[in-house]
Write a protein that binds this ligand. Structure first.
Ligand code: SAH
Length: 430
């Protein structure tokens, strides 16, 4: 890379260029004194260099109809090709020269720019735009904006275009541009997951509504992704880690719950309603403990005394705690409920806690996502080891299974319980 500082010091270029182009930006103390004669000489040299630079950076001959000479190719293609046809020396020379001069005319100074910043755009068009940007408003540098005159057309190497052909070419060019724009919309849509869908739904909207609709869709996607991420964390960590996760980021809980409600809302039936129905058919005097209560549907739907436990309180009824350690006395409740809430990897600890608070003969009700069960028999057998016996199981629903166990006594389990595993529940991306 050209070292600007070195160049300036050697030949007084900075003083000269500043004096030439941006005199107001050159404080006196930055201008080293130079002999008057040599200054003029340098000034002339610089002007010549600038003129050469300008000429070489716009390599396309202004009046050449060359880029228009093809009949089916798009204008940008032909322009690009014209760029490729430049003598190699010129093309190589263009970049370093332009790059070494920007300090001459800082952008915004109003002085001619030696190396304008090209706008980001498809690579194929860049070279040509550079050229046009250097001579704004100069028709000689933007020959394709006007129909070529016969005289000019005959001057170039390619076949002559009639006015009609030229107009068609412009039309094609516009069509190409529109195609590109539509493509951009499509990309955004596809990144949202339902490209065509979004495009079709949004393309009819005015721009403001369009951006609002896209934003809403993107936010929805983002929330879904966050829900799936939190959900996965809950299923792959212990209940203590889950508690820490929500303590660190309480907002994550709201996102999780919105996602959970939406997912279960798509099921034909919510298992919590079955549990509510069961409790309504039993004496209201039974004391219930709802482990992982969420928004307390059970507590708000039955007459029983319900202890509602969760990691974060969505309602004042909730006692915030880790379900592996609930603030209840031993053998103090009649029914314990885990409705889609056996999430932690420390299942044994959690179910032993349920056993502790249940009175003998009390009921353990479990509803879980069907796909989480790898081996139902092994699971039931392991729970039995924890001081329960199976009363009933309902495997009819394709989304969730339900189990009723009654407490036989304290946990009898010694050593590991390999059957006591549930797969992480991964909700489908929609
Ligand atoms: N039972 C409710 C909510 C199910 S979502 C219903 O069916 O509508 C699972 C719930 O379990 C979530 O609210 C989650 O926060 C809670 N949960 C997960 N791990 C927990 C833990 N270790 N302690 C307490 N609650 C937990």
């Amino acid at each position: 890379m050209f070292d600007e500082g070195g160049w300036n010091k050697e030949d007084g270029g900075e003083a000269l260029s500043q004096a030439l182009l941006t005199p107001q930006r050159c404080p006196a103390q930055h201008c080293p004194p130079a002999p008057r004669g040599s200054l003029q000489k340098q000034r002339r040299q610089l002007l010549t260099t600038l003129q050469r630079l300008e000429a070489s950076s716009c390599a396309e001959p202004p009046q050449s109809p060359g880029p228009l000479s093809g009949d089916s190719e798009s204008e940008s293609d032909s322009a690009d090709r014209a760029g490729r046809k430049q003598p190699r020396k010129q093309r190589r020379g263009l970049k370093p020269r332009a790059a070494s001069f920007p300090h001459i005319a800082p952008s915004g100074s109003g002085a001619p720019q030696a190396g304008p910043e090209p706008e980001p755009e498809p690579a194929g068009r860049r070279r040509r735009k550079d050229c046009a940007a250097e001579a704004p408003g100069d028709k000689a540098h933007t020959p394709n904006k006007e129909p070529p005159s016969r005289g000019a057309a005959t001057g170039g190497p390619g076949p002559v275009l009639s006015r009609k052909q030229w107009r068609n070419k412009q039309k094609n060019k516009r069509r190409q541009k529109n195609k590109f724009k539509a493509g951009v919309g499509k990309d955004v849509g596809q990144s949202l997951g339902r490209g065509q869908d979004v495009e079709q739904r949004t393309s009819a909207l005015p721009p403001l509504e369009l951006s609002g609709a896209l934003r809403a869709r993107m936010e929805e996607r983002l929330q879904s992704a966050r829900f799936r991420y939190i959900n996965q964390q809950l299923y792959t960590s212990s209940s203590q880690e889950a508690a820490r996760l929500f303590q660190r980021d309480p907002a994550a809980f709201a996102i999780y719950h919105r996602g959970f409600t939406r997912q279960v809302g798509r099921w034909p039936e919510n298992p919590v309603h079955r549990i509510i129905q069961y409790l309504r058919g039993r004496p209201a005097s039974l004391v219930v403990a709802d482990f992982g209560c969420g928004d307390c549907k059970i507590a708000t739907s039955v007459r029983n005394k319900v202890h509602s436990f969760d990691l974060v309180a969505l309602s004042p009824r909730v006692t915030v705690c880790d379900m592996a350690k609930v603030p209840l006395a031993d053998e103090s409740v009649d029914v314990t409920v885990f409705c889609l809430a056996l999430m932690g990897t420390n299942l044994r600890e959690i179910l032993e806690e349920a056993n502790r608070v249940l009175r003998p003969g009390g009921m353990l009700k479990v509803a879980e996502v069907a796909s989480r069960f790898a081996d139902i028999r092994a699971f039931v057998s392991a729970v039995t080891q924890l001081g329960f016996q199976i009363v009933s199981k309902d495997l009819d629903n394709p989304f969730f299974y339900m189990f009723d166990f009654s407490k036989t006594g304290p946990s009898r389990a010694r050593g590991k319980l390999p059957g006591l595993v549930l797969r992480p529940c991964l909700y489908k991306k929609r």
